[in-house]
Ligand binder design. Structure first.
Ligand SMILES: Cc1ncc(COP(=O)(O)O)c(C=O)c1O
Length: 394
């Protein structure tokens, strides 16, 4: 662990113990259980010499505060990372490390099933800055070696895939990338560090939309980026160069959310699995795309690498098109129609795959992504049945 509580919290302790006690040490701040929310731009120096040398722990608000350190230390303890930056959104947690590690003339490999705004950033800003962007199939595995060029600097992964939930063979990709001198980044938002620890599998940079499970209440945007020893210094310097720091109240809310993330995730996991396996037997559903289901084509990979599953998966309707998809969504009364996930409430969205170049299916019908919240499973099943009935008669 990057920091312990005077040696009392160790990495061998259970996850909920660590979530409850990682980050700040209450005795650093008069024994108050939670850290102060430090609102800061200016930090004062005792004299001109220390100002010139910047020889104190905190130097300016953009570079870190006791509040951001409390969250970053807690994330380091979970990720096993050398350092973590805290940025204003999950999307910034994608864009900041990419800007830090790719330059004009470099080649960047991105999984085709990536979160759409990551693709949009690569296709617009990174291409404009002279970066060569290429998309690869989520099942590429060790085959990534054939796509790596002398100028490949970064292989960007996201597993499971956004919306379609294919699993990537992360250790095989890491091996090929490192052999060629490229680094590997992973958007690990789905699993959280509770169910997958990217750096343990050789990934260099682990990315999280802390907006999702860490925040947990659909009211905060935040991102974290955690690096191994060899990437940390450059990541931190780039973060300071960009001035892309997060506001203290949001940082505090995410640290607060982290304390209960373990118990919330247990419930998200259990309910999502119960609903996903029930859906496999429902009329009107062709397939359920959830890697923890034994029927999932990548279930073996999931079992090998992951220690749990979270609350979001997709279903494929048995035929039909947008009309049936919209009828399903419009019939829902408990599931809200809205983007994002990881909050306490259930959500549904239509899946759109038109941006993909390789991982396009085929699928038997339209896809709908479900985020299973903390409500009672029987109520959620009844709501989904309303959707399936409406789709069948559309
Ligand atoms: C996999 C993944 N990464 C990153 C993000 C971006 O997070 P944010 O909404 O905080 O920008 C999302 C948001 O949905 C996501 O699903």
């Amino acid at each position: 662990m990057a920091k312990d509580r005077d040696g009392q919290v160790t990495s061998s302790m259970g996850i909920n113990t660590r979530l409850a006690h990682s980050g700040n040490n209450p005795h650093d701040y008069f024994g108050f259980v939670n850290p102060p929310v430090v609102h800061a731009s200016t930090v004062l120096y005792p004299d001109a010499a220390s100002m010139a040398a910047r020889s104190q722990k905190y130097t300016y608000g953009t570079r870190g505060t006791p509040t951001t350190d409390a969250l970053a230390d807690a994330i380091d303890a979970l990720e096993g990372s050398a350092g973590t930056i805290v940025v204003p959104s999950g999307l910034a947690a994608v864009t900041v490390p990419l800007l830090a590690f790719v330059s004009a003339g470099d080649h960047l490999l991105i999984v085709d099933s990536v979160y759409h705004p990551t693709r949009n950033f690569a296709d617009t800003m990174l291409k404009r800055l002279g970066v060569e962007v290429e998309y690869y199939a989520p099942h590429v595995g060790a085959g990534i070696a054939a796509l790596i060029k002398p100028n490949t600097k970064v292989v960007f992964t996201e597993s499971p895939a956004s919306n379609t939930f294919e699993l990537q063979d992360i250790p095989a990709i890491v091996k090929a990338a490192h052999a060629a001198g490229a680094i590997v980044m992973m958007d690990n938002t789905w699993a959280t560090p509770l169910y997958f620890r990217p750096l343990d599998h050789g990934v260099d940079i682990s990315i999280h939309a802390a907006t999702k499970y860490p925040a947990g209440h659909s009211d905060v945007l935040l991102g974290t980026v955690s690096a191994n020893e060899s990437c940390w210094k450059h990541l931190y310097e780039s973060f300071c160069t960009l001035g892309c720091c997060a506001g203290p109240d949001d940082v505090y809310q995410v640290l607060r959310g982290l304390r209960t993330m373990g118990v919330r995730l247990e419930r998200h996991q259990r309910s999502a699995l119960a609903i996903a396996s029930w859906l496999e037997g429902q009329k009107g559903v062709a397939r359920v795309l959830h890697p923890a289901l034994p029927s999932h084509p990548d279930h073996g990979l999931w079992k090998r690498d992951f220690s749990g599953s979270s609350g979001i998966f997709s279903i494929v309707l048995a035929g039909g098109g947008q009309k049936q998809q919209h009828a399903f969504l419009d019939a829902l009364q408990i599931f809200g129609l809205g983007y994002s996930w990881g909050g306490y409430e259930s959500l549904a969205v239509p899946v759109w795959l038109a941006d993909r170049v390789v991982a396009k299916g085929p699928y038997e019908g339209p896809l709908i992504r479900l985020q299973i919240g903390l409500e009672d499973v029987e109520d959620l099943k009844a709501d989904i049945l309303r959707g399936l009935t409406a789709a069948a008669s559309a």
